[in-house]
Design a protein around this ligand. Structure first.
Ligand code: GAL
Length: 679
């Protein structure tokens, strides 16, 4: 079931159970929500002990009252299931619900994320409260979406989870011999005789069997998805048919989000960038790429920013205030990358407990005459003005491969550099290369369809799952432009190295074979030197660091060579025509300017039209969204000074901002182009 909204969402987590003794505050909250243009709040995320103070004793009237009052004032509700934190009575009476850590010690009650996803008791208690909430509020006209739990994550190593893991392995491998073969257990005498002997990875025991670690991570994702399904089933049993979401986290490595997103109707995520730690544009690219990842998890369907901090968090190493305009810029960026809304954590600042100093829309002072509140109002006003953007989607000609299994395996394996592979920076350099051209980018995993993209980049795709190389081959054959980097196609689904040469299955497509990989010390550098009159017309020399792969040519042409070391003169950038497409191999960790120049040429070769006319100034983000025959151009200035924006070639009208004026830092401009008659 899809989640559809006709307006852009603005609001945030609201925890009124902290203020039930203060009706004056609840009243004031509603007034301030209205004043700031908030049209939605997330309720009940951590309310379990207020909703069920004793086992089987349910107190839902206060929540009904809050939902009614919000509804009467035009504010919708995203209603949470409360499983993210449990009441004390539950942990005391049923200790099995508490998590066991990798050391095999059971946690005491406390914190959040402290429950076993397998425990039948936990599942039963969660299902019961979910059913109650669904029965009571599932048909309330003010409730628009379910928020399942909170930031699902973590694992449990209790005996129940061990049994479930063994069963998961039995289902996957059938026989213990097959598991031993796929896991390469003969090495170091790790051979198992039965599934019952297998235990989850532990620092007190097995940590070096990479396939075990990998399957454990996959199992944890499946367990979490299974738990989520139980939660949803209870909501459905209670009678509600509303769509569901779960709030995901920034590049979270604990769960395979492509897999988890299959269980969700809409993806939402919590965005807490460390603005001002570096130049705004650097943080903007990193956050923008995460928005694009979240949008891609369900193939471009709507998503939104569920949480963000209106001022400073209280958990980052330094609690930096957002400088004026940055809250606006962050919220608008969530929209510019295709989001349907920008929400905060939290509406009213807590008076006590762990997050009392975390920024909020309404702070301890409580008035509307604060800098933060005024900025929230500005966001609210702007989102209202941009409401026609709701439901528009992002079309991307380029995709970057981002696969959890591959990353898990790569990060776990000890290889050419154990001192940092700089994977995330590499992704960002490539991403930035596209974004500098104003080109929208999707992040896809190996299961995603590749048709429809003109350019595909495989950055350090260490694992090639079964069938993936064939899929990529078909992409190039049919005219796709493929860029593959070093450290790709090395291992299979269970982290066994491919025999017979790498990148496995693509050597003929790329026209090369990777022979050896040199890991560089942090202080070392090499360079990419252009070959005279190379095919792409590259003319600059670029630096490279960390990893240098030495490819041997098998039909490809050399465009650039290494400048130093014993492999000076060896190919470092190659090009090979295959079918109707082209395949490039980037053999070293090149500096970002290389990617900016190189990808510009690749896009040109792919026939991707320029988004706007002329250079996009450094610091300016240009994205597009489309709906009903209209293309929207969204410009955001994350630079250090006002800039003139390069306009699209076609005739446009301004929806927000003035195209003839300079765009100030942190400001937004939105232009509209009619691309075809609406259907
Ligand atoms: C999120 C969490 C919220 C709140 C917030 C503070 O990760 O979902 O409940 O703790 O962080 O930044």
């Amino acid at each position: 079931m899809d989640f559809k909204t006709t307006k852009l969402l603005h609001g945030g987590d609201y925890n009124p159970e902290q203020w039930l003794g203060r009706p004056d505050i609840l009243k004031q909250d509603i007034a301030m929500l209205k004043e700031s243009g908030c049209n939605v709040v997330s309720l009940g995320i951590f309310s379990w002990s207020t909703l069920e103070p004793e086992e089987g004793v349910f107190c839902l009237d206060w929540l009904a009252d809050v939902i009614d009052q919000l509804y009467e004032n035009g504010i919708s509700v995203i209603l949470a299931t409360p499983s993210g934190a449990r009441p004390k009575w539950l942990g005391d009476k049923y200790p099995e619900v508490l998590r066991v850590n990798a050391d095999r010690h059971r946690n005491l009650f406390g914190g959040r994320h402290n429950h076993c996803y397998t425990s039948p008791v936990y599942r039963e208690k969660v299902a019961r409260i979910n059913r109650k909430l669904s029965e009571r509020f599932g048909h309330h006209p003010g409730v628009i979406l379910w928020h399942i739990s909170n930031e699902l994550g973590g694992d449990c190593h209790c005996p129940l989870c061990q049994d479930a893991f063994q069963q998961w392995l039995r289902d996957k491998y059938g026989t213990i011999e097959e598991l031993n073969r796929r896991w390469s257990t003969t090495f170091w005498s790790h051979t198992y005789q039965s599934f019952e002997q297998i235990e989850s990875p532990s620092p007190r025991g097995e940590m070096g069997l990479h396939a075990l670690n990998l399957d454990w991570k996959r199992f944890v994702t499946d367990r979490t998805a299974d738990f989520l399904r139980c939660e949803v089933q209870a909501v459905r049993e209670g009678g509600s048919e509303l769509p569901i979401t779960a709030n995901l986290m920034y590049y979270f490595q604990g769960l395979d989000y492509f897999r988890l997103a299959k269980e969700l109707d809409i993806v939402t995520w919590d965005s807490y960038p460390t603005w001002h730690k570096q130049e705004l544009i650097e943080t903007a690219y990193d956050t923008g790429m995460c928005h694009d990842l979240m949008r891609s998890l369900k193939g471009g369907k709507p998503f939104f920013q569920m949480e963000s901090c209106p001022s400073s968090t209280n958990w980052q190493s330094v609690s930096k205030l957002k400088k004026p305009g940055v809250l606006f810029a962050q919220s608008m960026q969530a929209i510019a990358h295709g989001g349907e809304g920008a929400l905060y954590f939290q509406i009213r600042q807590s008076r006590g407990a762990s997050e009392k100093f975390h920024g909020a829309v309404i702070d301890h002072y409580g008035g509307s005459d604060t800098r933060v509140f005024r900025e929230v109002c500005q966001v609210g006003e702007t989102l209202q003005r941009l409401s026609e953007l709701a439901g528009s989607t992002v079309k991307s000609p380029a995709a970057i491969l981002y696969d959890w299994d591959s990353q898990w395996a790569m990060n776990d394996s000890q290889g050419p550099r154990n001192d940092g592979l700089h994977y995330h920076e590499t992704l960002l350099k490539i991403y930035r290369g596209f974004r500098r051209q104003g080109v929208n980018v999707d992040l896809v995993d190996m299961g995603c369809a590749l048709e429809g993209y003109r350019v595909l980049v495989l950055p350090m795709v260490y694992m090639f799952k079964e069938g993936f190389a064939e899929k990529v081959r078909a992409f190039v054959e049919q005219g796709g432009q493929l860029v593959t980097t070093y450290w790709s196609g090395i291992a299979d689904d269970t982290d066994r190295c491919y025999l017979g040469g790498t990148p496995h299955g693509l050597m003929d497509v790329l026209g090369i074979r990777s022979t050896e990989v040199d890991g560089l010390y942090d202080w070392e550098e090499n360079e990419l030197v252009p070959v005279a009159e190379n095919e792409l017309g590259l003319s600059r020399t670029y630096r490279c660091k960390y990893l240098c792969d030495l490819p041997e040519l098998r039909g490809a042409k050399t465009l650039m060579t290494y400048g130093r070391d014993f492999y000076a003169g060896y190919p470092v950038l190659t090009e090979h025509g295959y079918g109707k497409g082209t395949a490039w191999y980037v053999a070293a960790d090149a500096e970002r300017e290389f990617y900016a120049d190189f990808l510009k040429l690749v896009l040109k070769r792919a026939g991707v039209p320029e988004t706007v006319c002329g250079e996009i100034p450094d610091g300016l983000e240009v994205t597009t969204r489309e709906k009903d025959g209209v293309r929207y151009y969204l410009y955001q200035n994350f630079g250090t000074r006002p800039v003139r924006v390069p306009l699209p070639a076609a005739l446009v009208e301004a929806l927000y901002g003035d195209p003839d004026a300079e765009l100030a830092v942190c400001q937004l401009m939105v232009l509209k182009e009619m691309i075809q008659a609406a259907e």
